[in-house]
Design a protein around this ligand. Structure first.
Ligand code: CA
Length: 503
């Protein structure tokens, strides 16, 4: 606390003299694992530009999402409300864009607003002076965009570069007398992890160590036993790993490439494919080969993301905007890089529940700080409203994290509430739960009613379900009570109904 106050006093003096309504830039990536960001210290790759945000701003080490999946997370970011309140519970939903979102309030207060890139909320954006979004999941190469005048246009290039170009183009043409709120939505590094042609092969000299629980047998964890998101069984050689791409599902990802792009891809992947076919791998050797290919493609896709974030930071520097712009970087959720043998997300286990989040607010956030308070994607909307001096409506369920980072340096929430709904791809059973500093209690339902309890201090990898074990009766009862209180606080009637049912 004293260190934060000291850092804050050092950085705040100039800002307070020149204070004006800040600009806001939010960069939302898709499926970016905190394990793949240099600043988080996992050593998988270097990300100098994301690290710059952490160095000049703050790194959140306990940032989480309310529902670990793409569309629902964006709906939570926009509304500051849980999925059951904003209506977008799973990726089969359609967002009611007429509802209250923080961007509309900023616009009413005089901000120029734009969303560019991945949107994934199905309905057209509302509340933005400008938008240009990918239809659905979008494409990595030569992506199509939906435009405000109802057309669909195709832009040649690699999605992460094209989206950044479009964001800068919008900034060039904005009214410079008004503050702005720009949200940049990246497709990267979402499945199928297609690297930019310039990044192919950049990790070929690396062999990535298997996570300690790569061969998890899921003992005592029913839902983990029944998922369909493992590198061994679910990950596809063609669709995901670009072997034999001329056949089967995902063919269109390649046929839409220009001849030059395709030639670069073939020059890189065809020799790998030939060697793979020659080896005739099976069993663990095949699974581990898939893991290495996954990591190389995924991290190469992240390298482009990091470079383009660098381009955005450089743009702010070049246009004298850095000093008065709040920059927030986050993913729509975390992602598994082989932990539990998985890729994908959805579960309330740490790697997918937690998201990377970095923020820079010169003169306000103490530079180079690490924040251990629990924050959520739910908090973005009230934080941005408060930063802009706009009243936060009482219906918003998130809490601004500004008071955690500047005097009075309040303590954050004591526990977090989570609810995942989707019944579909990857067969993750719906669940809701609570995480405190030390414990996590999860209630699975629908397909199977099950409880899970983890002591995150003793078992950070969540391998040992302690629910029903002797000695955990008191903590289980306390957590159930707190879970019910949170479900009541957030008015999650479905969860309250399930909690009323004894299992
Ligand atoms: Ca996602």
């Amino acid at each position: 606390m004293k260190k934060l106050l000291f850092l804050w006093l050092l950085c705040s003096a100039g800002y307070l003299r020149a204070q004006q309504r800040p600009n806001i830039v939010i960069i939302v990536s898709d499926d970016h694992a905190f394990q793949a960001i240099g600043a988080y210290g996992h050593g998988l790759m270097q990300t100098p530009n994301l690290d710059r945000i952490a160095r000049e701003g703050v790194r959140f080490d306990r940032a989480y999402v309310t529902n670990s999946i793409c569309g629902p997370s964006r709906a939570v970011i926009l509304t500051g409300k849980y999925s059951h309140k904003n209506g977008f519970k799973d990726n089969h939903s359609r967002f009611d864009a007429s509802q209250d979102i923080f961007v509309k309030r900023l616009r009413t207060a005089g901000y120029q607003t734009a969303w560019i890139g991945k949107w994934h909320l199905e309905t057209k954006p509302e509340g933005f002076d400008y938008w240009q979004v990918l239809p659905g999941q979008g494409q990595y190469f030569n992506p199509d965009f939906l435009t405000m005048d109802g057309r669909t246009i195709r832009k040649e290039g690699y999605a992460t570069n094209v989206i950044t170009d479009d964001a800068q183009h919008w900034l060039d043409g904005r009214d410079k007398d008004k503050p702005f709120c720009l949200i940049v939505g990246h497709k990267a590094p979402h499945r199928t992890w297609m690297p930019d042609t310039s990044d192919l092969g950049m990790f070929d000299n690396r062999t990535f160590p298997l996570p300690a629980n790569f061969y998890d047998k899921y003992e005592g964890r029913y839902a983990a036993q029944h998922q369909d998101m493992s590198i061994e069984k679910t990950m596809r050689l063609g669709y995901d790993l670009k072997m034999l791409p001329d056949t089967g599902f995902g063919k269109g990802f390649f046929t839409r490439m220009t001849p030059a792009q395709r030639a670069r891809y073939d020059a890189y992947y065809k020799p790998i494919e030939a060697e793979f076919l020659r080896q005739k791998l099976s069993g663990r050797a095949l699974t581990e080969w898939k893991y290495q290919r996954y990591m190389r493609d995924y991290l190469s896709t992240c390298a482009s993301l990091d470079r383009n974030i660098g381009r955005m930071l450089q743009y702010l520097d070049d246009h004298d905007l850095t000093r008065n712009t709040l920059v927030i970087y986050l993913s729509d959720q975390g992602f598994y890089l082989g932990e539990h043998g998985w890729f994908d997300k959805r579960f309330m286990y740490e790697e997918s529940f937690r998201t990377p989040m970095l923020a820079r607010f010169p003169g306000v956030f103490p530079a180079g700080s690490t924040i251990n308070e629990m924050v959520m994607n739910l908090d973005i909307a009230p934080t941005c409203l408060q930063a802009a001096g706009v009243e936060v409506p009482k219906e918003i369920q998130g809490e601004s994290f500004l008071p955690l980072l500047r005097p009075p340096f309040q303590a954050g929430r004591k526990s977090m509430y989570y609810h995942y709904y989707e019944r579909g791809e990857h067969s993750v059973i719906p669940h809701f739960g609570i995480r405190t500093q030390r414990y996590k209690l999860i209630r699975f339902y629908d397909v199977a009613d099950r409880w899970e309890l983890f002591d995150l201090q003793k078992d950070p990898s969540e391998m040992h379900n302690l629910y029903g074990k002797k000695g955990y009766e008191r903590i289980t009862a306390a957590l159930k009570k707190e879970l019910a209180e949170l479900a009541a606080k957030y008015e999650d009637e479905e969860a309250l109904g399930l909690l009323a049912k004894k299992i």
